[in-house]
Design a binder for this molecule. Structure first.
Ligand code: ADP
Length: 391
């Protein structure tokens, strides 16, 4: 089965074409476009390129398109990407303005560009459907909870891949099997020791998730993608009292406050330099104290959540770093792991420094717990779930 996984940003379109066969799959083509203002044009271009390169004889050969949809109102899981999905994305468009509108537009466009392909959406929230209610509730009035105000979680496909791959790397094939079959089967009883992981997805958008036996027990991301860790240009955790105070004191409207929290905050907001951590690091090295604070706040926030989940899990078998900053940031990883030896996490500085964007073990040989870098592979999770849904 040929499955195109479409990754849609507000100004980008990336894709991978998988040939799937049971649980196995191979990437047969990939590509991407930046500064996109017309999805129809880039989708057609991608299809033309795949034909020109002899990957497909005709676009009709593509059996399905998978979408990593973010936040649906009253909808989650792996579902056919139909009008109900578009309505669910539209219903929360104001909550995830950088994420939902591109997916709604992309699904509409693919329905036109590939009318024979089946369209499937895997919501990023799906991985969190078994998080205990105590962990995803906010202490708000019932009416607020009834309109969906709770912790939803994001980066589900990425953390799910970490759940599987970390178990494989730690010789826990029993847990890897459960993690792989999680969506149709749900959590399964485990004989023997539990397998406890904290997964740190650190990228343009970041979250930390606690995972027991392949299943998420909680995550740093909350109701909207403006929560948890400081994001590239979006605010992380913020006391709800700060919003009315800032509006009144700075004399700004709700729309303006929302714009600043979703576009001018996070690493960009604190540093005043950039939303790209490479530029923030360069400024910090040059002595900019706000850039230093942005990096220190990121590390502090990551450690805060690792600590929370380590306690909830009763210890840790593996701490995992993934995504752009996690895979490429030995300095951030070292700062996160500083002083964690009493918790069984012994970082090997040489291994850490040598690891850039590859799968690697960073802990010393005698470390009781593993410290791993696992390159993100959300697309494979998507392709597998689409295959399973349609088989
Ligand atoms: P997204 O969430 O947009 O998919 P990524 O996972 O690509 O983001 O992560 C983007 C972040 O990773 C940026 O802050 C970027 O600076 C950082 N990053 C990417 N590549 C590198 C690198 N080679 N060295 C340091 N940081 C990097």
């Amino acid at each position: 089965m040929l499955i195109l996984v479409a990754n849609l940003g507000s100004t980008s379109f990336k894709y991978r074409l998988f040939r799937m066969d049971g649980q196995g799959g191979e990437v047969v083509a990939k590509g991407g476009y930046e500064r996109v203002d017309d999805y129809a044009a880039v989708i057609d271009d991608a299809l033309t390129v795949m034909q020109r390169d002899g990957i497909i004889a005709s676009p009709d050969e593509i059996d399905a398109v998978g979408f990593k949809t973010v936040l649906g109102k009253d909808l989650s899981g792996c579902v056919m990407a139909d009008q109900a999905v578009i309505d669910a994305l539209d219903g929360f468009a104001a909550v995830a303005p950088a994420h939902n509108p591109p997916y709604a537009a992309g699904i509409r466009q693919f329905a036109k560009s590939l009318p024979k392909a089946r369209l499937v959406a895997l919501f990023e929230t799906a991985f969190y459907q078994w998080v205990p209610a105590a962990a995803d509730a906010y202490a708000v009035p019932t009416a607020w909870r009834e309109i969906g105000i709770r912790r939803h979680g994001f980066h589900g496909a990425s953390h799910k891949f970490i759940a599987e791959r970390s178990a494989e790397l730690c010789g826990r094939d029993d847990i890897a099997g459960i993690a792989r079959r999680l969506y149709p089967d749900g959590p399964q009883p485990v004989a023997g020791r539990p397998f406890r992981v904290v997964s740190c997805h650190l990228g343009g958008s970041s979250s930390v998730t606690g995972i027991r036996n392949g299943v998420a027990i909680g995550t740093s991301m909350g109701f909207s993608p403006q929560s948890g860790l400081p994001q590239n240009n979006r605010v992380g955790e913020l006391d709800s009292g700060a919003l009315p105070y800032a509006m009144r004191t700075l004399g700004i409207s709700l729309d303006e406050a929302e714009r600043q929290l979703t576009k001018q905050s996070g690493l960009l907001g604190i540093s005043g330099v950039s939303n790209d951590i490479r530029e923030v690091k360069a400024a910090a090295r040059a002595g900019n104290p706000d850039a230093r604070l942005a990096l220190d706040h990121l590390v502090h926030s990551i450690r805060h959540w690792i600590g929370a989940f380590m306690l909830e899990l009763g210890g840790l078998d593996a701490l995992v770093f993934t995504a752009g900053i996690g895979e490429n940031g030995p300095d951030i990883r070292a700062a996160v792991c500083q002083g964690l030896e009493p918790f069984g996490l012994h970082l090997d500085p040489a291994r850490n420094d040598a690891c850039l964007a590859v799968e690697a073990e960073l802990a010393t040989a005698d470390s009781p717990a593993r410290i791993l870098v696992i390159p993100a592979n959300e697309e494979l999770v998507l392709a597998r779930e689409v295959f399973r849904k349609l088989s």
